[in-house]
Design a protein. Structure first.
Length: 299
């Protein structure tokens, strides 16, 4: 028998761990991405009787850029992403700071805070659709009873108002995750720092600027990039409530990809939009991680 050296045995063990992981990555990540990129340069129209899918070059991308609502869709995507991410980060930080203080029932409040995040998206959208309905919605009825509100509000019949409402629902649904992560970061800050700052006469705001913020900033930055990458691809929330309407007023790129693929059966154009979204996410992530690496803020 051939005796295997210790170094070769270590290499074999390493390969036994790496090869299955590479196979999973190749099958479930690299292959779908490669297939999507290939389809973006082919003619894929499900209503066509032809079994062939000829190479069409950049035609699918030109078709995407020539869509009449393309500028509005990009604007909606940027507005929704900026508003939702900004709201989640600010509300999440505020709630985390409050829950980091000691008060009676803090554990119960922390548990209740996670309810929106734990609720299924279908339940969340149905609750808000019912609550904001102009005919029988409870929340709409409460607003209509105010003296400065003239009748029921059509939350989902006006483009800008519908988009703003969706931003608010998205913030309510996802801010607990941000709060939970920031709360964990806040609890890792040693209390001795605050005690020393109090002895030196530093107030609450000064302690936040000089102690809290520098120590939680790496977690904040990581959460922000994750929230941007997750929010820019939003689909469930908007589709279940407005499906991109009214008049493309809430149509973002994730919704348009679905509509092109499964309503208009333009698989090539849908994949072209998906590649554009992938490039945006990759470029944004690379620029962010490089900047964080240079600054030394990333953990």
């Amino acid at each position: 028998m051939v005796e295997i050296s210790r170094r070769n045995r270590e290499r074999i063990v390493i390969l036994q761990f790496i090869v299955p992981s590479l196979m999973i990555i190749g099958i479930f990540i690299l292959f779908p991405i490669t297939k999507a990129i290939t389809m973006a340069f082919q003619e894929w129209i499900l209503t066509s009787s032809s079994p062939d899918h000829p190479f069409v070059g950049m035609n699918n991308f030109r078709e995407v850029f020539s869509i009449t609502h393309f500028p509005k869709m990009i604007t909606n995507t940027l507005v929704y992403t900026a508003g939702s991410v900004g709201g989640k980060m600010i509300v999440g930080l505020g709630v985390a700071l409050l829950l980091n203080r000691k008060f009676i029932g803090r554990g119960i409040v922390r548990g209740l805070m996670l309810i929106p995040w734990a609720m299924p998206m279908v339940v969340v959208t149905n609750v808000f659709r019912i609550a904001l309905d102009p005919s029988y919605g409870l929340f709409n009825a409460l607003l209509s009873s105010l003296p400065f509100v003239d009748g029921p509000i059509q939350f989902f019949s006006n483009g800008p108002l519908a988009l703003g409402t969706l931003v608010g629902i998205g913030i309510w649904k996802n801010f607990p995750f941000v709060s939970l992560m920031l709360l964990a970061a806040l609890q890792s800050v040693p209390q001795d720092y605050y005690d020393a700052a109090s002895i030196d006469g530093a107030g609450t705001l000064a302690q936040f600027r000089k102690i809290t913020w520098p120590l939680i900033k790496p977690i904040w930055n990581t959460l922000m990039i994750l929230q941007i990458l997750w929010t820019v691809k939003e689909f469930e929330l908007i589709y279940l409530i407005t499906q991109g309407g009214p008049n493309n007023g809430t149509n973002i790129i994730g919704i348009d990809i679905y509509l092109n693929a499964f309503r208009f059966y333009k698989i090539g154009a849908a994949n072209a939009e998906g590649i554009l979204l992938l490039l945006f996410c990759l470029v944004f992530a690379i620029v962010y991680f490089r900047s964080m690496h240079k600054k030394g803020d990333f953990v």
